[in-house]
Design a protein around this ligand. Structure first.
Ligand code: ADP
Length: 488
């Protein structure tokens, strides 16, 4: 019937509360019984104490004198309403009672002997009378100054009304205990319901989200301002993020397909055209142009495929760096040199002052770092319009001897402040008008992280972009071959 959190609560909390309540109820029952019985006992004892005052200095040994003195006492006894008084003679027989009713002559109160033998001359008794009635009695012997027992007075109270009062009190205590337990169970179940119900609904929603139904997150109600509320928010946010990623991934696939199709179309077109030249219908200049396009587009294709492969490697943590001591400036020089011609072709100014000084080496993977330079310079050229400027600079100062910085600034379209924090994320493209898969910066950033360096971007919309690559310089003993895997 009960399972999950409810069952756990039943076993862990409710069982403890139940035990505590039972213990309290049992203790209270004991206390009540004790208090009631003690009150009766006290009243018997105090009545008996008065007796010693009345009979103090009693000197006669005569049984009949004792009987008449005791009669006086019984007649004047002022608590007849509360208890009965019996006069017992020296042989232990009841000779008079306050009710006037004398018990069977053979009946001797059991506690008379006990009182006689006890040092203080008294005995408390509780039990059942021959009539079956519960009673309690206190017996006090009367002695002469020389120690002879002349008789005894016995005070007796019926316990029947007291016992029924104890019973009523016990019933009330048990009822209160049960009411408390019921309240605990009801409030506990309500509280648990307030936790279990939203959690159950959340887990159903999470299952729907897992199956790709992101709109299910709209049904999440933020009812409580507590941990459950936080969980609702976290799942809603997660669904939104998943939806965005899913959307970006789909865009990515269609973009990449498009990126691959464009060079393939060019290659196919020119290959078909050149096929004709074999039959002597194509002049040399057109043939060369076609060949150039085919080579350029194949290189572009290789670049795209390489980028995708790297992305796949990084995703699965298989990217391995082959580190060595390298002259980072030389690598950068070569990359800039490679792009010079393209910049001229595109009518853009690629400015770079080659560094004459010798800078300290960097410990890293030559090919991967070239890839980063290529990506940054390619972006700078790609997002800068014709006539724009791309300026590259290497910075190393004695004030900051532990790092070498490469700064690439362009006068291109720039990145809006909303897009800037996201451009390093995988699949993120701020500028949809220009081609590209949207993973170049993500890969470059991770390669820089693997080198314990950083890739920082500053940009203003319409102003241009500055990318700063920071490398830690080589430190003695850094060679211990390091292969590092990362996940984007
Ligand atoms: P893409 O393949 O789209 O260039 P990247 O990961 O290299 O992907 O870059 C992510 C996004 O960052 C780009 O879509 C572009 O919007 C923006 N971006 C990167 N570099 C520049 C730059 N130099 N100028 C303007 N925007 C840039």
């Amino acid at each position: 019937m009960f399972h999950g959190i409810t069952k756990r609560w039943m076993l862990n909390t409710l069982s403890v509360i139940f035990t505590i309540i039972v213990l309290i109820v049992v203790s209270l029952i004991f206390v009540v019984t004790y208090v009631f019985q003690n009150t009766v006992e006290q009243s018997l004892v105090s009545a008996a104490n008065e007796l010693s005052l009345v009979f103090s200095g009693y000197e006669s040994n005569s049984s009949s004198e004792f009987t008449s003195a005791a009669r006086d006492y019984v007649e004047n006894f002022d608590q007849k309403e509360k208890m009965g008084v019996m006069v017992i003679n020296g042989t232990g027989r009841v000779v008079m009672t306050s009710t006037g009713f004398l018990p069977n002559s053979s009946e001797k109160p059991a506690d008379f002997e006990e009182a006689k033998n006890s040092p203080d001359g008294s005995a408390l008794w509780s039990g059942k009378l021959d009539s079956g009635e519960s009673a309690m009695s206190e017996t006090r012997v009367i002695t002469t100054p020389n120690g002879a027992v002349v008789g005894a007075i016995r005070y007796i109270v019926s316990m029947e009304p007291i016992n029924s009062r104890i019973l009523i009190a016990d019933i009330i205590i048990v009822a209160i205990g049960m009411i408390m337990l019921t309240l605990v169970v009801i409030s506990g179940l309500l509280f648990i319901r307030s936790i279990v119900k939203p959690i159950r609904r959340l887990s159903e929603t999470a299952a729907q989200i897992a199956q790709g139904d992101f709109s299910a997150s709209e049904n999440i109600e933020h009812k409580y301002d507590d941990e459950i509320g936080d969980l609702c928010d976290a799942i809603s946010d997660m669904a939104k993020d998943l939806q965005t990623t899913e959307q970006m991934k789909n865009d990515f696939i269609s973009r990449v397909s498009h990126e691959l199709r464009t060079p393939l179309t060019a290659i196919k077109g020119w290959a078909e055209t050149m096929q004709l030249s074999e039959r002597g219908t194509l002049d040399r200049r057109t043939f060369d142009r076609g060949m150039n396009v085919i080579i350029k587009e194949s290189t572009r294709l290789t670049g795209i495929v390489e980028e995708l492969l790297d992305f796949g490697r990084i995703q699965s943590g298989r990217m391995v760096l082959v580190n060595e001591k390298i002259d980072i400036i030389a690598e950068f020089d070569e990359t800039v040199y490679m792009l010079k011609e393209r910049a001229v072709e595109e009518g853009k100014h690629l400015l770079y002052d080659e560094v004459e000084a010798i800078y300290p080496p960097v410990y890293g993977d030559r090919n991967r770092l070239r890839q980063v330079f290529l990506n940054i310079l390619d972006n700078a050229l790609k997002y800068t319009p014709k006539g724009g400027v791309v300026a590259a600079q290497v910075l190393y100062t004695k004030d900051d001897p532990d790092v070498i910085r490469i700064v690439v600034t362009d006068s291109g379209c720039g990145i809006s402040p909303e897009d800037l924090p996201h451009v390093k994320e995988k699949f993120y493209k701020a500028n949809q008008k220009v081609g590209g898969s949207g993973i170049g910066l993500a890969v470059a950033d991770e390669i820089m992280n693997l080198h314990h360096g950083s890739l920082d971007i500053e940009s203003g919309e319409g102003v241009g972009t500055t990318v700063t690559l920071t490398f830690p310089v080589y430190k003695e003993g850094q060679e211990t071959t390091r292969t590092e895997n990362i996940k984007l």
